[in-house]
Design a protein. Structure first.
Length: 182
């Protein structure tokens, strides 16, 4: 699983358009965090306190530097230290009802794990790459490899995560109030 996640991350950062689209979700300034209340932030990266403080003092990183950092962290931290992986599977990943039910299951797993002192990190590079290949008509290089890895004929991966005991407390990520999304 780790090797396939690293390969998918390499493919994402090697695909300029997909990299640009992903980088658009990174909120590097307090103004952007407050304005959008979504996306990725430095606080949500699980960095050591000194590294986080230093990163916040430095100018915002470029997309290329961010991609290089993400790929390196995926190789040396995220997959190298994963105690276990989980995958939410469905029979039809294009069915909105199955996606919703899969998402609800993922939320329940995440809450139950958190209540037991465990941490989850979503690792959706494989499914993101599968979707990208489908949407662009590129050769399907990840779907069959993921299916083989899952070894569940007729089932497709919807969401992947790593799970284990955290080495430091998680910091909050931005959220919009319910009144803004309903």
């Amino acid at each position: 699983m780790g090797g396939l996640i690293v390969a998918a991350t390499e493919a994402i950062v090697g695909d300029r358009r997909q990299s640009e689209d992903a980088f658009a979700w990174f909120r590097s300034s307090r103004d952007d965090i407050d304005r959008y209340r979504d996306g990725l932030t430095l606080d949500g990266q699980g960095l050591a306190p000194l590294t986080l403080a230093t990163a916040k003092l430095l100018p915002a990183t470029s997309r290329g530097a961010g991609d290089a950092f993400w790929l390196e962290q995926t190789r040396t931290v995220h997959t190298a230290t994963a105690a276990a992986y989980g995958v939410i599977t469905v029979t039809d990943a294009d069915d909105p009802v199955q996606r919703l039910r899969g998402g609800r299951l993922l939320q329940r797993i995440h809450l139950a794990a958190t209540a037991r002192g465990l941490a989850l990190q979503h690792m959706n590079q494989i499914t993101e790459r599968i979707d990208r290949e489908r949407s662009t008509g590129a050769a399907a290089t990840f779907a069959a490899r993921f299916d083989d890895l899952l070894a569940r004929p007729g089932w497709r991966g919807l969401a992947t995560f790593r799970i284990g005991y955290p080495v430091r407390p998680a910091r909050l990520s931005p959220r919009r109030p319910v009144s803004e999304v309903i």
